[in-house]
Design a protein around this ligand. Structure first.
Ligand code: NAD
Length: 434
């Protein structure tokens, strides 16, 4: 069994030296990380092509661009965020002052998944650095080219007592989780999230869990169907549906269902071509296990768009399934692939009830300009975050903390929320003896 005690002890000792608490040190580290991302752009494009057949434009936008934007935002704001914040003092404590000091936890463990293997590893790592922590990053074994590249980039340019990438499978994760880290940041499935939370509980280590779930796209009868079709199709089929915030299923008003499906079929053709299997840029499914799981869903309901698959290339065509019920296998768990089941409703209350009865989703998308409907949905359904008349773009704003709730996770990051997540806020009352 692997043992990471020596590594964690080295990191704790380096942390105690106080170097990572210096804001200039953190800015230097973030700047170096940024430069590494830029100088390895071509390597990352090649690694993601090999691991997921991810097209260059997607890698540049969703993996590299997004992370560089996050790092730049952190560098710009770090001095302000890390300055102790003076707050009011109650009159019962006269003569005293009060302030809140953000301090790093110590050594943080970041465990990342495979679907955006650069973004979901490096964005939390940047948060850990910004807040002044040391960190160990465990990328996913399912995207080995990318994990290997990340290890090379970090391990050859930072000392291990500060930052370390540890590659490996479940056993490696399990061994790392045995160590007493000061913070654990996990992105992955709800099932593994429970294992991570259990391991963290043994050491009372605080955790952020960025998990998944079934995120609905609700399309009401008044929706602009042209826009809805484009935004839902792009959000769903990007990265072949392997996006944590992708719309998992469509909940559409009965009156507009056929029209919406017709428009989505056009969008799929316009975006990916008449014959998607000939589109060499369409990402593939990450593994045979996931392919087999997804392929079974193609038998659910009625295929009204797509439906083809090719195991030899781990290819599944963007597919829309009509006449689906909540009991179908495709509706039992997060799909995480390019398959969109369609369910209908007649009253918005029905749609709301259906979502509320199930585990809280990571994201929810509502297509409607009706303010009453918007209020009803926002006020009654609990979900991580989402968008009105759009999909997935809420997670690309530095100003919107990103995270789940209930089964879709706990805690949040991005922008200042990343700094906050990796910081403990120490409250101090200072009294004078004069
Ligand atoms: P996963 O849970 O299988 O694996 C995630 C990480 O955990 C990997 O590094 C893996 O090695 C490790 N791991 C796996 N089994 C483990 C175990 N038993 N003990 C300890 N560590 C273990 O998830 P995945 O398949 O890589 O990613 C897909 C899931 O992640 C989906 O559910 C998706 O919704 C979710 N996700 C969430 C977000 C988010 O930001 N909320 C982002 C991307 C993916």
């Amino acid at each position: 069994m692997e043992n990471y005690q020596e590594l964690t002890l080295k990191q704790k000792s380096f942390f105690r030296s106080g170097q990572t608490k210096d804001v200039a040190f953190r800015i230097d580290a973030l700047t170096k990380l940024k430069e590494l991302m830029s100088s390895h752009e071509q390597d990352m494009i090649a690694a993601l092509k090999a691991d997921l057949n991810k097209p260059e434009t997607e890698t540049k936008r969703a993996e590299i661009g997004l992370v560089l934007g996050e790092i730049n935002f952190m560098i710009e704001n770090l001095s302000a965020w890390s300055t102790p914040n003076e707050v009011e003092t109650p009159s019962t404590h006269s003569g005293a002052t009060s302030f809140i000091v953000p301090e790093p936890y110590g050594s943080a463990l970041v465990i990342a998944p495979w679907n955006y293997p650069v973004q979901l590893a490096v964005a939390p790592l940047a948060g850990a650095i910004a807040a002044g922590n040391c960190a160990v990053l465990k990328p996913s074994e399912l995207t080995p080219h990318t994990s290997n590249l990340l290890a090379k980039m970090i391990n050859e340019n930072f000392p291990e007592e500060y930052l370390r990438v540890v590659e490996g499978e479940v056993e490696t994760s399990t061994a790392l989780l045995k160590e007493k880290f000061d913070y654990i940041f996990f992105t992955g499935s709800t099932g593994v999230g429970k294992i991570v939370a259990g391991a963290a509980a043994k050491n009372l280590t605080p955790v952020t869990l960025e998990l998944g779930g079934k995120s609905p796209a609700i399309v009401h009868e008044d929706a602009d169907l042209d826009e809805a079709a484009v935004r839902i199709a792009r959000g769903k089929f990007a990265n072949a549906g392997q996006t944590c915030v992708a719309p998992d299923y469509l909940l559409v008003h009965r009156k507009v269902k056929d029209q919406l499906i017709g428009k989505m079929k056009e969008v799929i053709t316009n975006t990916y071509g008449e014959n998607v299997s000939e589109n060499l840029d369409f990402p593939h499914v990450v593994s045979e296990r996931h392919f087999d799981r997804l392929n079974e869903f193609l038998r659910n309901g009625e295929v009204v768009a797509g439906g083809h698959s090719d195991k030899s290339r781990l290819f599944i065509e963007p597919t829309i399934l009509d006449h689906i019920s909540w009991e179908d296998p495709v509706m039992q768990d997060e799909i995480f692939g390019p398959i969109l089941p369609v369910l209908v409703y007649d009253e918005i209350a029905e749609a709301i009830d259906a979502v509320v009865e199930r585990p809280k989703p990571l994201a929810l998308y509502l297509f409607s300009d009706n303010e009453q409907v918007q209020d009803d949905v926002l006020n009654t359904i609990s979900f991580g975050g989402g968008a009105i008349n759009d999909t997935i773009n809420h997670m690309t704003s530095h100003y919107l903390p990103f995270g789940g709730v209930g089964n879709s996770g706990m805690g949040a990051y991005h922008g200042k929320a990343s700094f906050d997540t990796f910081s403990h806020f120490k409250s101090i009352l200072k009294r004078s003896n004069k």
